[in-house]
Unconditional design. Structure first.
Length: 456
C-alpha cells in the first residue's frame, strides 16, 4: 500500500498547482494504478480511486484557462546539428536500441568518432572506404577530423567547470605483427589513444584486463559487465572507450536523501528525487507526446537535453523518432518557460560492444580476417590483423550540485510552472555549446534502488 499512499500524496500536491499538466499526470497516475498487478491491486478498493478522480477533476474544472509565462529566449538559437557526431550518434543509438534488449544504453559519439578516425588511419582500400562512409568523410576532406579535434579541445576546456569528465581511449591488440611506428605515434599524440598489447593471457584473461582498464579510465567507477564474453584470436584489435561524466548545473537542485519516490522505468524502483523551479528552455511536442527540456551546465559551456514522454512507457516509441531532422526541429523550438522540475538522483552505467551496430551501418570488412585491410597499421598484417570489438563503457551521474562554490539552492519565483516530473524513462543528450558536438547520448530506462514490489 505504500506506493498507493504515495500516489495519493502526489496527486494531492499536484491538484494544488492547478496546472494544465494535471490532465496528463492524472492519466499517468491512473494508468500506473491499473498497472499494479497482483495482491496490491486487490487491496485498492474503488472508493479511494473514485475520490481521487473527483479531487483531481474538481481542480481542473476550477482552474481558469491559463497563460504560460513565457520570456523571450536569452540564448542564441543553436539548432543546426551540423557536427558530424550527431549523425553517427543518432544512428548508432537507434541501432543499439532497435530490438529493445538494451537498457540504460549510453555512448559518447564524440569519443567514439575520434577513436574510429584514429583506427581509420591504419586502414586501406575498401576497409578504409567503409570508415570514410561511416564518418562521412569524402576524399582528401579534413573537415570531419578538424571538427572532432576542435570539439575535443572544447570539451577539454569545459572539463572541471561545466562538468567533470574522466575518459580513456585505447587500441588493444592481441599478438599482432609489429605495428608501424608512424601509426602508433599518430594514434597517441594526435588522437589521444593508448596502445595496449594483450599478450598471452597468464594471470588475467583478456576480458579481465579490458575491464580493469575501463575501471581505471573511469576513475574507479563500477563498470557493468559485457553481455557476451569476448574471444580474441591473434591479430585481433579492440577499440575501447571508457568515460565517467558528471555535470554541474548552472542552477543547483534541491534534494533530500530520505525523499524516496517511485521511478516507473522498465523496473519499478525507489529513487531519491531532486527538485527545482525556474525558467528553462522547453518545448512540448503534443503530436509526439514528448517534453523536450534543456538544462544549462555551469558557465554555459555545455548543456543537457532531456526527452521525456508524457506518459509512462518504454522508450521504444521515442527511440524510433530520433532522426536528425526531428531532433533539430525540437531544439529549434525550445522556448523559455516557467518550469517545476523533478529529476531522479541516480547513476547509470552502460557497457556495449558496438560491432553489430557498426556493421549494420556499413563497417563490414574491418571485422573479417581475410578481407580486413589494416596494412597501414602493419605491413605484415594482411590476412590476420582485424577489428574484433568496439567496446564502450559509460557512467553518467545525475546529481543536484551546481558549479557554484557556495552552491546554495534557491528556487526562482515562477508562476504557474509547467511540470516536468521525470519519474519514468527518458532520453539524455549532452552537447558541447561552442562546437555543437554531441558529447553523449543515452537512455535512462531504469534506476538502481529497491524494487517497489519488495515494499508492497
Ligand atoms: C578532466 O579533469 C579531471 C580532473 O581535473 C582529470 O582527471 C581528467 O583527466 C580530465 N579529463 C579530460 C578528458 O581531460
Ligand atoms: C555558447 O555558444 C554560442 C554560439 O557558439 C556563443 O555565442 C555563446 O557565447 C556560448 N556561451 C557560452 C557561455 O560559452
Ligand atoms: C517563443 O514564445 C514566444 C512567445 O510566446 C513566441 O513569440 C516565439 O515564436 C516562440 N519561439 C519559438 C522558437 O517557438
Ligand atoms: C570474409 O571475407 C571473405 C573474402 O572477401 C569472404 O569470402 C568471407 O565470406 C567473409 N567472411 C565473413 C564471415 O563475412
Amino acid at each position: 500500500m505504500l506506493a498507493f499512499t504515495e500516489q495519493t500524496e502526489q496527486l494531492r500536491s499536484l491538484s494544488k498547482r492547478k496546472n494544465q499538466h494535471l490532465l496528463f499526470r492524472l492519466y499517468n497516475i491512473l494508468q500506473r494504478l491499473l498497472l499494479f498487478k497482483g495482491p496490491a491491486m486487490v487491496s485498492i478498493s474503488p472508493v479511494p480511486l473514485l475520490f481521487l478522480l473527483v479531487l483531481a477533476l474538481q481542480s481542473i474544472w476550477s482552474s481558469a484557462p491559463q497563460e504560460q509565462k513565457v520570456q523571450s529566449s536569452p540564448q542564441p538559437e543553436i539548432s543546426s546539428l551540423h557536427h558530424p557526431t550527431w549523425s553517427l550518434g543518432l544512428q548508432l543509438y537507434r541501432s543499439l536500441r532497435i530490438d529493445g534488449s538494451q537498457t540504460n544504453t549510453f555512448i559518447s559519439p564524440l569519443l567514439l568518432a575520434n577513436s574510429l578516425l584514429a583506427l581509420e588511419g591504419g586502414a586501406k582500400g575498401s576497409t578504409a572506404g567503409q570508415f570514410h562512409d561511416l564518418l562521412r568523410i569524402t576524399n582528401h576532406d579534413k573537415a570531419v577530423g578538424e571538427a572532432l579535434t576542435e570539439a575535443l579541445k572544447s570539451v577539454h576546456e569545459a572539463n572541471g567547470t561545466s562538468y567533470t569528465l574522466q575518459s580513456s581511449s585505447a587500441l588493444f591488440s592481441k599478438q599482432v605483427p609489429k605495428l608501424e611506428k608512424g601509426f602508433l605515434e599518430k594514434l597517441q599524440t594526435h588522437f589521444g589513444l593508448q596502445h595496449v598489447a594483450l599478450e598471452d593471457a597468464q594471470k588475467q584473461t583478456d576480458m579481465e584486463k579490458l575491464q580493469s582498464w575501463a575501471k581505471s579510465g573511469m576513475d574507479g567507477e563500477e563498470t557493468a559487465d559485457l553481455e557476451l564474453a569476448l574471444e580474441t584470436k591473434p591479430g585481433a584489435m579492440i577499440l575501447a572507450n571508457a568515460l565517467h561524466f558528471k555535470g554541474f548545473w548552472d542552477r543547483g537542485f534541491y534534494h533530500e536523501n530520505q525523499d524516496l519516490r517511485s521511478f516507473f522505468g522498465t523496473k519499478y524502483t525507489k529513487v531519491p528525487m531532486m527538485h527545482r523551479s525556474g525558467v528553462y528552455r522547453h518545448y512540448e511536442d503534443m503530436e509526439n507526446m514528448v517534453q523536450v527540456l534543456e538544462l544549462g551546465l555551469w558557465e554555459g559551456k555545455a548543456s543537457m537535453v532531456l526527452l521525456l514522454p508524457f506518459h509512462v512507457e518504454s522508450l521504444a516509441r521515442l527511440d524510433s523518432l530520433l532522426t536528425p531532422d526531428r531532433v533539430e526541429k525540437w531544439l529549434g523550438k525550445l522556448n523559455s518557460t516557467s518550469m517545476a522540475l523533478s529529476l531522479p538522483r541516480t547513476k547509470i552505467s552502460s557497457t556495449v560492444n558496438l560491432q553489430k551496430q557498426l556493421a549494420t551501418l556499413g563497417l563490414v570488412d574491418a571485422w573479417n580476417e581475410t578481407s580486413a585491410d589494416f596494412s597501414t597499421a602493419s605491413s605484415l598484417g594482411r590476412g590476420k590483423l582485424h577489428l574484433r570489438a568496439v567496446l564502450h563503457w559509460t557512467s553518467l551521474e545525475l546529481a543536484p550540485e551546481s558549479g557554484s562554490k557556495d552552491g546554495m539552492h534557491e528556487d526562482e519565483d515562477v508562476e504557474k510552472p509547467k511540470i516536468f516530473y521525470a519519474d519514468h524513462s527518458f532520453i539524455i543528450l549532452v552537447r558541447d555549446n561552442s562546437t555543437g558536438a554531441l558529447l553523449m547520448i543515452g537512455a535512462l530506462d531504469q534506476t538502481d534502488g529497491p524494487a517497489i514490489h519488495d515494499e508492497l
